[in-house]
Write a protein that binds this ligand. Sequence first.
Ligand code: CU
Length: 323
Amino acid sequence: MRTVTRLAGFAVGLAAVFGTTYGIGRVVDRAPVVEGRHDGDGAHATGEHDEATDRLPGGLLVSDRGYTLEPVDAPADEFAFRIAGPDGQPVTRYDVAHDKQMHLIVARRDLSGFRHVHPELAADGTWRVDTPLAGAGLWRAFADFTPTGGEALTLGVDVTVPGELTERPLPAPSTSTTVDGYTVTLTGSPQPGRTSPLTLTVSRGGQPVADLEPYLGAYGHLVALRRGDMAYLHVHPDGTPGDGRTRPGPAVTFLAEVPSAGSYRLYLDFRHGGAVHTAEFTVVAGTPAAGTPAADAPSTGGDPSGPAPTGGADHGTPGHGHN
Ligand SMILES: [Cu+2]
């Protein structure tokens, strides 16, 4: 709680709002750079468009490949936006991905307040949802969608909710957290530029949870946001329900590839007891992963610019399990 700033005259199409619903959300598989190098996933982040854009993580651009995310005026308790297409007109036709045509993810720029919701599409191309912007702050809104006839995109836009602004420090790196009575532990450490396994293990009341419920085709969905620019990464589960080898918990493994060293906030959605729960972790990528073998080639240091020294005191304990 270090800074208290008065945000006054920001001309944003939103009034101060305080969300009341806390439905927890869903997640879709797209972050082209991340996906493109997964085993068996094929390199689909190639094609006719700009190569530099293809290399960016999702969510950094408000406009990409002809599509633009445009917030529109809405009542204080609502968030509304359109996707303008290459012809400048609002897009009205979308493909369904993971049960939904549109996945809206929001978080403050200090990585607090993560929400994932599913807006409703009006005939004129306006998307509306009970606002997920739960209080004052500098927010980033990500629209994750596939326009019919186009490619999957994640566009991001800044939204300011005026009021007393409190910057929340990023929680320290941790390998264990609790949510809704569940304890979730994290094993593994993401490594820049290569795929590494991250395993999340769910327990409740000291007992392993071995009957996780499929949620949008997986036993868990994981989003990572990079500290500093909120690069949006979707991390793939390793295995799917019904494939003959994937168990319904207590452990869910993801194959993560982060684009750089640095701090990330992880948001794990899992379903149990008929409800979706979101567990959050801070992780630091780029520290040597002692005891955590990567999924592929041995490390050669990767990006010459990283990993940067982190001072040793503020990183997690990669490779250590928890009980
Ligand atoms: Cu969703």
